[in-house]
Design a protein around this ligand. Structure first.
Ligand code: SF4
Length: 351
């Protein structure tokens, strides 16, 4: 049965709430305002986007889209580590209000949740989507329609959640949507486990990169992310490349993100995530004004119960220690919600 947008909307778990929001264009406002142009539109104007789409599509025949480098032919139905087919599988798409404030704005971040994942962490907070691949398989044209729908209802960006294994589909859908009027930034919301070669293909297409930096130690990465011992080195290089492409986060006059890097780091129990090493590396390698979100919302999910070291939530003390490290190394652009939580815990401790 052909999967239509109407069908998807009916089955999406979250979309109902999105229908409450009225349209808002990123470019709405005074007639003489200069229109902000997304990177992918500039690339299309230069005639280079179509070539990148062809190069990306070729990856499916010998899949090397991520550092797992499975080499499977996804066009022939073969599946690699991520178990993803050649078409994108979508769990849901909707305005998301739980992201960073500069992505959410008034109308929400236009999140598209792709099923399957190339990292597969034991503590995955989205495990029914990422590990079990729940969702609907769709075509690239449908994906383009979803992007346009999110823009139409006022979302400030297209937030591509776990995009690595479907990057070629995203590029193809972006060009289709561009021809029909897409003009808001793409947010590449990734685990950070990305190949440099693939990121270079995205140069000039993505305006906002939002990588995780999950661990700084190879043994932790291997243990909790399915043998990905190279995660720390690979992700550090990936973040440097992302920064080279788009730089420090820039906001428009309304405080909405339009270009740059947002680094996310989830504090884990028992210093598993290596927060101090991360902030030291950032302070020594990137501008101190790099936006970093040190997150406190770790919870025990999926198979984390099998690992005593991570089978509990974090304490206020562990979060404060992480935030104190960021301060100690001079990072100046910490996520405001993390700062507010830090201030709350500090206040509570001092009373
Ligand atoms: S995207 Fe999937 S199939 Fe391709 S290399 Fe990565 S894990 Fe393997």
């Amino acid at each position: 049965m052909k999967f239509t947008r109407r069908h998807f909307i009916k089955n999406s778990l979250f979309l109902g709430s999105s229908l409450l929001f009225s349209p808002l264009s990123l470019h709405a406002g005074p007639k003489n305002r200069i229109r902000w142009i997304p990177a992918y539109e500039k690339l299309e104007m230069e005639g280079k986007l179509v070539q990148k789409i062809k190069q990306a599509d070729a990856y499916f025949e010998n899949c090397q889209l991520c550092p797992r480098k499975c080499g499977v032919n996804r066009k022939k139905g073969e599946k690699g580590f991520c178990r993803a087919p050649v078409k994108p599988v979508i769990f849901s798409y909707h305005p998301h209000f739980g992201e960073e404030m500069s992505l959410v704005g008034e109308k929400g971040s236009g999140a598209i949740f792709f099923s399957n994942c190339n990292l597969r962490c034991v503590f995955c907070q989205n495990w029914p989507i990422s590990h079990e691949g729940r969702g609907k398989e769709i075509g690239d044209e449908d994906l383009a329609d979803m992007m346009l729908h999110l823009q139409k209802i006022g979302c400030h960006n297209i937030n591509l959640v776990t995009p690595t294994h479907v990057m070629p589909n995203i590029l193809s859908a972006t060009r289709t949507a561009l021809k029909k009027g897409l003009h808001i930034p793409l947010v590449y919301n990734t685990s950070g486990y990305e190949r440099l070669e693939v990121l270079k293909l995205l140069d000039g297409i993505i305006d906002i990169y939002m990588p995780d930096m999950k661990y700084m130690d190879t043994d932790k990465a291997s243990k909790y992310s399915a043998g990905a011992s190279d995660y720390p080195e690979v992700t550090k290089k990936a973040i440097l490349e992302m920064h080279r492409q788009v730089g420090v986060l820039k906001l428009d006059k309304r405080g909405i993100a339009i270009r740059g890097v947002i680094i996310r780091h989830l504090v884990m129990p028992n210093r598993v995530a290596g927060t101090e090493k991360l902030v030291k590396w950032m302070a020594e390698t990137l501008p101190k004004s790099t936006y970093v979100n040190i997150m406190a919302q770790y919870r025990v999910e999926y198979k984390a119960y099998d690992h005593p070291e991570i089978a509990r939530g974090i304490t206020a003390q562990e979060f404060l220690e992480a935030m104190d490290s960021a301060e100690k190394y001079g990072l100046t652009n910490l996520d405001p919600q993390s700062v507010a939580l830090r201030n709350f815990y500090r206040h509570r401790r001092s009373n």
